[in-house]
Design a protein around this ligand. Sequence first.
Ligand SMILES: Nc1nc2c(c(=O)[nH]1)N=C([C@H](O)[C@H](O)COP(=O)(O)OP(=O)(O)OP(=O)(O)O)CN2
Ligand SMILES: [Zn+2]
Length: 155
Amino acid sequence: MNYKIPTDVQVLNRDIKREQLKYHNKRVAVCKEFTFDAAHHLHCYEGKCKNLHGHTYKLVITMSGFVNEIGIAVDFGEIKEIFKTAIDSKLDHRYLNEVLPPMNTTAENMVVWIWEQIDIELQKRGLSEQGHRLEELKLFETPTSFAIMKREWMV
Ligand SMILES: Nc1nc2c(c(=O)[nH]1)N=C([C@H](O)[C@H](O)COP(=O)(O)OP(=O)(O)OP(=O)(O)O)CN2
Ligand SMILES: [Zn+2]
């Protein structure tokens, strides 16, 4: 059976497409939050964090792109796939001191490493060429302690 889209819907679709042109190609950033659980300890550090302990890390990814013809700059689903491939598969339920390159597993060092991994994944997927780019990462070690990295601070 052939279903006919009612005329008023067609008119609405046409009007939306025309209106959408106003926003097309504007650079807009979107954010998505993720969590992963991991264990670690700090080196050269006098305090409780020199002992093995765990965190539910929260990562807030801010990524920008150019708004397309259906009003999407960066698909939230794409960010989820990037997080799963580049970060979650490597860090979730792992001992960070073992799986990360030799470095102190501070939030500062980790946020830099995570930035590099996401950047590599964007290039692998050909998304950098489309104009998708990281703008900011926030990595929470605890609900009150976090590190930030921003594109504008990069030299
Ligand atoms: N600048 C940094 N300081 C500390 C880091 C870090 O990565 N960068 N890490 C730690 C520890 O790993 C610790 O697990 C987290 O520190 P802290 O916020 O002190 O944890 P608390 O559970 O004590 O937090 P409260 O909210 O104050 O209870 C230490 N420092
Ligand atoms: Zn810690």
